[in-house]
Design a protein around this ligand. Structure first.
Ligand code: ADP
Ligand code: NA
Length: 332
């Protein structure tokens, strides 16, 4: 049996969005200090699967760290570190490249989406990304992996790698980790197109809420978000074919720690003139203090680097024995 342990990470590939916050960071905070040990990683080695300017990468690593801290990740009660500082990630990633099958990678929908028609030109790292992600998780024998819905297939691949390793080497060494995908915010969509994921790299800044947006910007973006002419229904089923409306209700629910049904019990029958200002106000109340604290933390990059270095020491203490044992099992 394995210690109940949570692992998750975020790539420093640009600024953090409300999707990262509600789909990941807020849930990481909720899981901290309870039944689980919690380990959170700034996945800088994943970021370079696509080109990153070195100075921007350094800045983004600090910004993601500031986002974690400002949102309530406590480096005393969680392990908070950046991936490149714990070399066992790269080492186990290589070992898993030799366990995972090419056919498994070929089925990854995120690779197909990101590579598009350009599959011959993208980095080999982008293709092998899920194998490094499996290493991130299994290096800590993590049992639970909170992620947004877009990462579900990669967590399933992690289970496949663990199972094949255990089978091939006749051991019971790596746990079968569970993806934890729940709540109304597992898929936060663009504010301009309810069928597209809100992401760091969307074309227009109006599509997304950045965690560093100030109160006026947050408010303006929600008020100008795309919707439809209908009033809100009484039940979630009424939103089935209204992706923009459903997205705003889900965002409200996630921010207020409510279910979509509870939000509609309050706002069903109301129009956007009532709901959008309420949502904007809720979002500002929740996010503005976080963005203020992020800016304060970013003013002292040396302190952020110290926190990450201490976190890396703690991460290494767990990771190194597991890596050593893996080498031994494999015959090194
Ligand atoms: P991104 O997807 O923003 O490039 P990552 O791949 O590093 O960044 O994602 C970090 C975490 O944030 C993952 O768990 C991912 O599922 C979650 N996430 C990212 N965007 C969203 C979104 N729009 N809705 C819900 N979760 C999201
Ligand atoms: Na992602």
């Amino acid at each position: 049996t394995f210690t109940p342990r949570v692992f998750s990470g975020i790539k420093p590939s640009g600024g953090l969005t409300l999707g990262n916050y509600l789909g990941a960071i807020k849930r990481f905070v909720d899981m901290q200090g309870g039944e689980f040990e919690t380990i959170y990683c700034v996945a800088d080695m994943h970021a370079i699967t696509v080109w990153q300017d070195p100075e921007e990468l350094r800045q983004a690593t600090r910004e993601v760290t500031a986002g974690f801290l400002a949102s309530g990740i406590d480096p005393e009660s969680s392990v908070l570190f950046n991936q490149s500082r714990v070399s066992a990630h790269a080492e186990l990633g290589w070992l898993f490249n030799c366990v995972a099958r090419v056919g498994w990678m070929n089925r990854m929908t995120q690779f197909k989406d990101k590579a598009g028609k350009n599959a011959e030109k993208v980095s080999l790292g982008l293709y092998a990304y899920p194998s490094l992600m499996a290493a991130d998780i299994l290096l800590y024998h993590a049992t639970h992996v909170p992620v947004g819905e877009d990462q579900k297939q990669h967590v399933e691949l992690t289970r496949d790698i663990a199972a094949k390793f255990n089978h091939d080497y006749k051991v019971d060494f790596f746990p079968a980790c569970e993806p934890v995908i729940e709540g109304p915010a597992m898929r936060v969509m663009s504010l301009r197109d309810g069928t597209k994921k809100m992401s760091k790299s969307g074309e227009s800044d109006m599509e997304r809420i950045n965690m560093t947006d100030d109160a006026d910007t947050i408010s303006k973006k929600f008020k100008k978000s795309r919707t439809d002419p209908e009033v809100l229904p009484e039940e979630m089923e009424g939103l089935a074919n209204r992706p923009e409306a459903r997205n705003l209700v889900n965002i409200y629910a996630a921010l207020a720690n409510m279910t979509g049904e509870e939000v509609l019990a309050e706002y069903g029958g109301q129009g956007w003139g009532k709901f959008k200002p309420a949502l904007a106000e809720l979002a500002v109340e929740h996010l503005a203090p976080i963005s203020t604290e992020m800016k304060r933390l970013m003013d002292d990059p040396a302190e952020i680097d110290r926190i990450l270095a201490k976190g890396a020491d703690k991460a290494n203490e767990i990771a190194q024995p597991i890596l050593n044992k893996t080498f031994e099992i494999m015959g090194f």
